[in-house]
Design a protein around this ligand. Structure first.
Ligand SMILES: Nc1ncnc2c1ncn2[C@@H]1O[C@H](COP(=O)(O)OP(=O)(O)OP(=O)(O)O)[C@@H](O)[C@H]1O
Ligand SMILES: [Mg+2]
Length: 343
């Protein structure tokens, strides 16, 4: 297990970029001022999370702008799902804060509104939530704003497709059965599933790709304001991958949805992202629009985008600097196209 001291001392030499110390990586991704006309919907500041002795998140700092699609890249085991779980309110940070601004139509009754929300006594705007200190009721109200596409489809095996996808409408929104039926059929159609054939099947009777799409249908059925996608297209055929990408773009355009997408699919990342962030050794070491990420000389990014087996991503693992003991991600699909023009 690498300590902060050893991480600080760590330096990696890479042909393309000279010596990149930890400080240089961090300096390469300062928290940019929020551009004019944009609003930071989610403000993640210095979030740390350990499981036992293993420090997974080591100071994640990132803004997510309202209405943008932000793609987060990172090696396997780098903590992407862990970060998403913090954004869902499933995990609490050991240190650091996550604030989510109010929904556009917030009234004091909405979003678990609080006047004094945090332990530090700082005041929150009406409708804003501090995920580090929010109570269960506030988190429940906040979750209503979220759609989540889990890395595994996370369907309930004992329920049919209709019941799985319609669950949020029945349990949370208490919608009548005929409306639930219609909206489930519509949601399944949006992910190219033959609704009539599968509505009454249990998840075990579906293929892996179909289960994944049912999970996406469930995530969008409540027309959420924010969608968290954890590898939404892994294991899907190319046509469905394009369909899911287009769906993400449609939801953004038509409903102004804010999306955070974790993916290893670089083609998809460069097609749908407004901005791309790179998680490495527990921190965001680069963030920017597609062009700036393509041009970025940071060797971690260069290795990620080219899929090379030589570079800091692999060296960190080999030297035991990686926060966890997983093997690094294999070469992602679409690498050449995504990296094109970036070297
Ligand atoms: N609840 C937990 N208890 C203990 N360790 C955990 C827990 N959740 C995650 N971890 C560990 O944290 C590390 C990061 O896991 P995480 O699932 O966030 O990685 P990831 O970046 O999503 O990886 P992948 O790309 O493979 O999905 C892993 O080593 C994992 O074993
Ligand atoms: Mg994961």
């Amino acid at each position: 297990m690498a300590t902060d001291r050893t991480l600080r001392a760590q330096s990696v030499t890479h042909a393309a970029g000279g010596e990149w110390t930890r400080e240089r990586w961090e300096a390469a991704a300062p928290l940019a001022p929020v551009p004019e006309g944009r609003e930071a919907l989610i403000r993640i500041r210095d979030v740390n999370k350990s499981f036992g002795q293993r420090r997974i998140l080591r100071g994640v700092t990132l803004d997510v702008y309202r209405g943008e699609t932000l793609v987060i890249l990172g090696g396997s085991g780098s903590g992407k799902t862990t970060l998403i779980k913090h954004l869902m309110g499933f995990l609490r940070a050991d240190a650091g804060t996550i604030h989510v601004a109010a929904p556009p139509t917030a009234s004091p009754a909405q979003a678990g509104s609080v006047a004094t929300g945090s332990d530090s006594g700082s005041r929150l705007a009406v409708g804003e939530i501090d995920l580090g200190t929010a109570g269960p009721d506030q988190v429940a109200v906040y979750r209503r704003r979220l759609g989540v596409v889990f890395q595994g489809a996370a369907l309930l095996n004992s329920l049919t497709v209709l019941e799985n996808v319609g669950l949020p409408l029945v349990e949370v929104d208490r919608r009548p059965a005929n409306e639930v039926y219609e909206r489930v059929v519509e949601a399944l159609r949006r992910v190219y599933l033959p609704a009539q054939e599968i509505l009454h099947l249990k998840p075990a009777s579906l293929s892996g790709g179909m289960r994944k799409r049912v999970g996406i249908a469930r995530a969008i059925i409540q027309k959420p304001e924010i969608i968290l996608y954890d590898e939404p297209t892994t294991g899907l055929d190319p046509v469905t991958v394009n369909g899911v990408n287009e769906l993400t773009l449609d939801l953004q355009k038509q409903l102004g949805v804010t999306s955070i997408v974790i993916t290893h699919d670089l083609d998809a990342a460069f097609r749908i992202a407004d901005r791309i962030a790179m998680l490495y050794l527990g921190r965001i070491i680069a963030v920017g629009n597609r062009e700036s990420i393509r041009q970025d000389a940071n060797p971690v990014l260069r290795q990620m985008l080219t899929g090379s087996t030589q570079g800091p991503l692999t060296e960190a693992y080999l030297q035991g600097h990686a926060p966890v003991g997983h093997a690094p991600a294999g070469q992602p699909s679409g690498v050449a196209a995504a990296a094109g023009g970036g070297n």
